[in-house]
Design a protein around this ligand. Structure first.
Ligand SMILES: NC(=O)c1ccc[n+]([C@@H]2O[C@H](COP(=O)([O-])OP(=O)(O)OC[C@H]3O[C@@H](n4cnc5c(N)ncnc54)[C@H](OP(=O)(O)O)[C@@H]3O)[C@@H](O)[C@H]2O)c1
Length: 291
């Protein structure tokens, strides 16, 4: 079986490629620049991984990328202006050749504003005719080493409109292990998996864990939705993105992101990785070398 992995250099897609190859499943690793790393360096060839060009915005790339794929891991076109339609259109293009699909969605997807597009993608995956599995992970632990890394390193500060809501942050490697199981094994068709880490933390508690690992204080400051929107606008974010981010933070404030599930253990067959483990592995990311 070959699985076409969309977003193959992203936070989940890169881990999905690793998890599939660890199981001996071939991956077609799809990005817009398939022979380069995310840092623009030539990518090293890997056994069992075929780089393919795929661009949500360029339909000429779709059929060649789908060639020979029986499985499909979808990171949807969340930044595309008409992204809500594209997952359904890709599935129509795939036809009956693709027999299994795993869609990356998000925890609480059915309570989010339509700008998030997940409800459209989930609906189209359910009606695709393929064996589908919907993955609804909580906030990624890897955000701390990615979107939030620079402000934590440079200012020791993270400002978010998350109040003191708790989240069961999840490691993207565990999301990938669940995705690989859903694509490679029988028994996951028609399942909607809420994927979480092993424990819930507020952002203040999470930063205490990262700060202890890095040997410095890292501070969380709760801000209002209005302040968050102003910060996003100043950084050039579009109104649609500001609306869907507000929806995501409302879920945290409502307590909807706090529950812990056993999906990783049950589906991937190992305990979910902890925030403390990630912090120990990546402590250098939050050290301020100037200090
Ligand atoms: N962050 C969280 O805490 C969280 C939690 C739950 C769910 N989610 C959902 O996760 C999704 C993001 O997944 P991710 O974090 O794994 O992805 P990501 O790290 O944002 O990576 C995006 C990937 O998509 C590729 N890509 C970008 N634009 C593309 C295009 N036009 N056509 C084809 N490929 C393109 C990128 O490669 P190239 O640029 O090389 O093409 C890269 O491989 C979002 O839908 C988000 O809502 C996020």
């Amino acid at each position: 079986m070959t699985v076409l992995v969309i977003g193959a250099t992203g936070k989940t897609g890169s881990a999905v490629v690793d998890a599939l190859t660890a199981r001996g499943v071939k991956a077609a690793a799809a990005t817009r620049t398939p022979f380069l790393t995310p840092h623009g360096q030539p990518a090293r060839p890997r056994d069992g991984v075929r780089p393919v060009r795929f661009d949500w915005a360029d339909r000429a790339t779709w059929a060649p990328a789908l060639e020979g794929a029986e499985g499909l891991y979808i990171v949807g076109p969340y930044a595309h202006p008409t992204g809500e339609q594209l997952v359904g259109e890709l599935l129509a293009e795939a036809g009956s050749g693709v027999r299994r699909v795993a869609l990356l969605s998000v925890i609480g997807a059915d309570r989010l504003p339509p700008e998030v597009m997940m409800a459209d993608w989930e609906r189209d995956v359910r009606s695709s005719g393929a064996e589908w599995t919907i993955l609804r992970p909580n906030w990624f632990i890897q955000n701390f080493g990615n979107a939030f890394a620079a402000t934590l390193r440079d200012k020791g500060l993270l400002e978010l409109p998350a109040g003191d809501g708790a989240l069961s942050f999840v490691d993207t490697r565990d999301i990938a292990d669940v995705a690989a199981a859903a694509l490679a094994e029988d028994g996951h068709a028609g399942q909607v998996y809420d994927i979480t880490g092993p424990q819930s933390f507020t952002y203040a508690e999470a930063l205490k864990i990262l700060g202890d690992a890095a040997g410095r204080d890292l501070t969380y400051r709760a801000i209002s939705h209005e302040q968050a929107a102003a910060n996003l606008r100043a950084a050039g974010a579009r109104e649609r993105s500001i609306t869907w981010q507000r929806g995501l933070y409302d879920l945290i404030l409502d307590g909807a992101d706090a529950p812990v599930t056993d999906v990783v253990e049950r589906v991937a067959g190992h305990p979910a990785r902890s925030l403390a483990q990630y912090a120990a592995e990546n402590a250098a990311l939050w050290r301020d070398d100037e200090a």
